[in-house]
Design a protein around this ligand. Structure first.
Ligand code: KG4
Ligand code: ZN
Length: 344
């Protein structure tokens, strides 16, 4: 089964054709990063406009690269939640128009579910159940993936997401957007023990995260140094900061895997591209004789191939939508959308 997939939840306009949830026939990404650098973050209004301009060309290119026409695909999948509402609406409306015109089923896909599904492409034998650490710009979750459409959240962030915490600290250190990527790059040669940062714990849940205190501590170090006329060693502070964030993520994930009895551990989301997180989780899994699955780097960030992968499993579960489908800015991964109605 071939699915044409569309993604526009944040600042990448993407389209892909994926066969049987695992094989990528084409994948096209038009990134808006350069447009947002000037503002230090994603400007929602600009994102929506750029999606509207790019989407038609990106979808045509994905079909052309797969050497297919819309008549050759079996369904149209689209990210409909969560994300920037104006950005999501561009993809959702385009997908609705395409599904209607070509008389194809319309498959709505949850953005975090698709991040997890990126692993089905990289690891074609991977099947649930497994434990997944999902870390993106907007979310940080430890999730039991019991089935392709069956999720149980064990831990979550109480404030900033891991990616958001990386981006904000990076900005305070004078690095360009997207901060997490640049922080990773400049911190490679830094000394992670050079700056003392807190190890935040959350009362009441040993699996939840809290990153805002950590971020404030980094910002205070920068401000104090400025007031004293001292300079910050950005690679050292960056390395110390990444170490602190990764410690929290890795520690809670290891604890959850022991407690819930998982031996298959999966990483997902933009922050899963982080080199220290990948290395630390590899060490932990080796030490415990657990299997570790991570998306290839090109599939960690937002793309449409992962939407096509999850779309396949949503389609198999009967999760198609009518043309009344709407985008949603927020939606828990374990919710089965009540507004979703069958096609027809
Ligand atoms: O999943 P994603 O592409 O978009 C969302 O769904 O949010 O995640 C983007 C986040 C950003 O905060 C970005 O800075 C972070 O992932 N990120 C990284 C790295 N690559 C992307 N953070 C740390 N190290 C990286 N190498
Ligand atoms: Zn994402």
């Amino acid at each position: 089964m071939k699915i044409l997939a569309i993604e526009s939840s944040c600042d990448e306009t993407a389209a892909a054709v994926v066969e049987d949830g695992r094989k990528v026939l084409s994948s096209v990404i038009a990134s808006q990063v350069k447009e947002h650098i000037l503002y230090g973050g994603v400007v929602p209004e600009i994102a929506s406009r750029r999606h509207a301009e790019a989407i038609s060309g990106v979808v045509s290119e994905a079909l052309a690269q797969a050497q297919l026409t819309i008549d050759d695909v079996d369904a149209v999948a689209v990210t409909y939640a969560p994300g920037l509402i104006g950005a999501l609406l561009v993809g959702v409306n385009y997908a609705k128009g395409l599904a209607y015109a070509a008389n194809k089923p319309l498959v709505p896909v949850h953005h975090l579910r698709s991040h997890i599904a990126a692993n089905y492409i990289t690891h074609t034998q991977l099947e649930p159940p497994f434990l997944c650490l999902v870390v993106s710009g907007g979310h940080s979750h430890i999730i039991e993936v019991k089935g392709y459409n069956d999720f149980n959240i064990i831990g979550r962030t109480r404030d900033d997401a891991a990616g958001e915490a990386m981006d904000k600290a990076a900005r305070a250190m004078g690095l360009d957007y997207p901060g997490g990527v640049n922080l990773d790059r400049v911190s490679k040669d830094g000394d992670p023990k050079s700056y003392k940062l807190p190890h935040p714990r959350v009362d009441g849940s040993e699996y939840d995260f809290s990153f805002s205190g950590l971020k404030t501590a980094a910002v205070n170090i920068i401000h104090n140094a400025k007031q004293k006329g001292e300079t910050i060693n950005v690679p050292d502070l960056g390395a110390s900061y990444i170490e602190a964030v990764v410690n929290c993520l890795a520690e809670n994930t290891e604890k959850a895997a022991h407690e819930f009895g998982y031996k298959k551990i999966v990483l997902a989301g933009g922050v899963s591209a982080n080199s220290l997180l990948r290395a630390r989780m590899s060490d932990i899994c080796k030490r415990n004789s657990w299997e570790l699955f991570m998306p290839e780097l090109s599939l960690c960030g937002d793309n449409a191939a992962m939407v096509g992968a999850q779309g396949y499993y949503e389609y198999l579960a009967g999760n198609t939508a009518s043309l009344s489908l709407n985008a949603r800015a927020s939606m828990p991964i374990d919710e089965n959308d009540k507004f979703l109605s069958k096609k027809g």
